[in-house]
Design a protein around this ligand. Structure first.
Ligand code: NAD
Length: 285
């Protein structure tokens, strides 16, 4: 059985910083890697903001580690060999780009010890797209977090047909040990469980809006009242961010997504209304 106590997180962006901080806060030994000292300086600021967030939200503490002590427990490095030299688990959270990810797994395969398990946080790639580059397909899987890990604490765990059951179980145990709720997928599925449910809902809501069937408040109210959900699809769009929604809609090739992209641009993006991050989107915050 694998025992995972030394965790290395690759990438200190939006998700990488949250994953590393949450693991340190839960008592794991954590190293964070990014490509340059300049990138690590940005990481320092992100970690400092997380300390404030964890304090103000009052994230439940099980490991007895104060929020600022977790910050100081994270070792930062821009040397990949040094970052993974003694890692039990490497969690990769670098940009969503196939060639970039294949490149880093090729380097990791040579640098990391035999025993080290690799996990990708990729939202849209399947672990099968990457496994042959890892040099250890039996010790590789996806471990997918949701943004704002301290509140949306699902960790979707998805292996390939090559992933060993012991490795899968060890990553499930790490997810639990670091305050996440493990969501165990039995096979590979693009979008995992969450986005397989969420994306069709958001698309259907956009369709109702651009077809003039109902306004966004009516659509959201229907969803909330009839299902008991706390938020409707347009409230979710505001949290995701309307820039991301626009990028996805404009990449779509059907007339409905084109009209939704145009609506988002004209009524929201061009007016600086990007969702909750700017205080205004479909709703005002
Ligand atoms: P981000 O752009 O905020 O951060 C990426 C980080 O990777 C940056 O710190 C960058 O300096 C670093 N980086 C760039 N090239 C690198 C390299 N070659 N090696 C190591 N680090 C490198 O991105 P993000 O939003 O944190 O997303 C990272 C991954 O997490 C993606 O695969 C994405 O699909 C996934 N993800 C993102 C979210 C989200 O809401 N943002 C949610 C779940 C999963």
């Amino acid at each position: 059985m694998f025992h995972l106590s030394k965790i290395t997180v690759l990438g200190t962006g939006v998700l990488g910083s949250q994953i590393a901080y949450q693991a340190a806060f839960s008592g794991y030994s954590v190293t964070s890697y990014d490509v340059s000292d300049q990138a690590l300086a940005g990481a320092g600021e992100r970690f400092a903001r997380l300390v404030e967030t964890y304090r103000s939200v009052g994230v439940p503490q099980t490991a007895g580690i104060p929020a600022d002590a977790a910050l100081h427990a994270i070792r930062l490095t821009s040397n990949l060999a040094d970052a993974v030299a003694d890692a039990d688990l490497v969690i990769e959270a670098i940009p969503e780009n196939l060639e970039l990810k294949r490149g880093i797994y090729t380097r990791l395969a040579a640098l990391a010890p035999e025993r080290t398990i690799f996990a990708t946080n990729s939202s849209t790639l399947l672990p099968s797209d990457l496994k042959e580059f890892t040099g250890r397909p039996d010790r590789f899987l996806a471990l997918h977090y949701a943004n704002q890990v301290w509140v949306h604490n699902t960790a979707e765990i998805m292996g390939t047909s090559d992933t060993s059951p012991e490795v899968y179980a060890a990553v499930v145990a790490f997810a639990k040990g670091s305050g996440m709720v493990p969501i165990e997928l039995r096979k590979e599925k693009a979008g995992y469980v969450l986005n397989s449910l969420l994306v069709p809902l958001l698309n259907a809501a956009a369709g109702l809006l651009v077809d003039g069937v109902a306004d966004h408040e009516t659509i959201d109210r229907t969803w909330r009242i009839a299902t008991g959900a706390p938020a409707g699809p347009f409230q979710i769009y505001d949290v995701v961010g309307l820039t991301t929604a626009y990028n996805i809609a404009s990449a779509g090739s059907n007339p409905q997504s084109e009209r939704f992209a145009a609506l988002l641009k004209e009524n929201y993006l061009d007016q600086g209304k990007l969702g909750t991050s700017t205080g205004e989107g479909f709703y005002t915050y």
